[in-house]
Design a protein around this ligand. Structure first.
Ligand SMILES: [Zn+2]
Ligand SMILES: [Zn+2]
Length: 241
């Protein structure tokens, strides 16, 4: 089985015919839908997961956090449009390795490469000069809530997007691998800010960046800079159980 069917080619052809205005509309619809999906997933897991809460209470929902979250969604639209621009101008080429095995390996490679880039980026964001101006806002949430993932400075959101785009310029990943990776990234970020541990306890031993792993970073800002895995924190001695 592979995804190289006529349906998929048709889908790409439709996207190729999009005008600039249609791309703007499409990116807004997709990013707002993903924002709402993340909030829905957050409440679904919180309500259905039988485990006890990690923290006694959640950070209050404020108007300024809500507006900042919308700004993050807007920045994600800008990154998506920049990606489309790079694709149209052939800086980004989409690979045609569409077998499930290729897609699996491409997604794993994207996760591991981004995990390393994000560790460095996040570590740098904690340098006092940068922290005070950019990353400190995210850490006002010592206790997390359903907006925490989106409470980011626009420079952080765009910086994260540019890292992904740089990888896409460097290698021709397929559009399915890219979409799958971005979806996993959203789900992972949502899980990382839950108030209940999503993963079974033994996952920590396999270097998975669990809910408690990122929760610990909100409690102790000198530890756990990783995101998908704890590999780099263990190597660079910033890991805290
Ligand atoms: Zn941080
Ligand atoms: Zn966080």
């Amino acid at each position: 089985m592979n995804f190289n069917g006529s349906g998929f080619s048709e889908y790409i052809k439709i996207l190729e015919r999009f005008t600039g205005l249609e791309w703007i509309g499409f990116s807004l619809v997709v990013n707002i839908a993903l924002f709402l999906f993340s909030i829905g997933l957050y409440f679904f897991i919180e309500k259905t997961c039988p485990k006890k809460k990690i923290q006694d209470f959640s950070h209050p929902i404020t108007r300024s956090d809500f507006y900042l979250s919308l700004l993050t969604v807007f920045c994600n639209c800008l990154v998506m449009l920049l990606g489309v621009f790079l694709w149209k101008n052939r800086w980004i080429e989409l690979g045609d390795h569409l077998s499930p095995v290729s897609i699996f390996f491409e997604v794993v490679i994207l996760i591991l490469l981004m995990d390393f880039c994000m560790y460095l980026f996040h570590y740098a964001a904690h340098m006092p000069f940068v922290y005070k101006r950019l990353h400190g806002k995210h850490h006002e949430h010592v206790h997390t809530n359903f907006l925490s993932l989106f409470v980011l400075h626009p420079v952080e959101t765009i910086g994260f997007g540019l890292m992904i785009l740089a990888l896409l310029v460097g290698y021709d990943f397929s559009v399915i691998s890219i979409t799958t990776y971005l979806f996993i990234n959203l789900v992972w970020g949502t899980i990382g800010h839950l108030n209940k541990e999503f993963f079974p306890p033994q996952f920590d031993r396999y270097f998975v960046g669990t809910t408690q792993f990122h929760n610990q970073h909100h409690l102790d800002e000198t530890k756990n800079f990783g995101f998908y895995t704890s590999i780099w924190d263990r190597i660079f001695k910033t890991y805290k159980k």
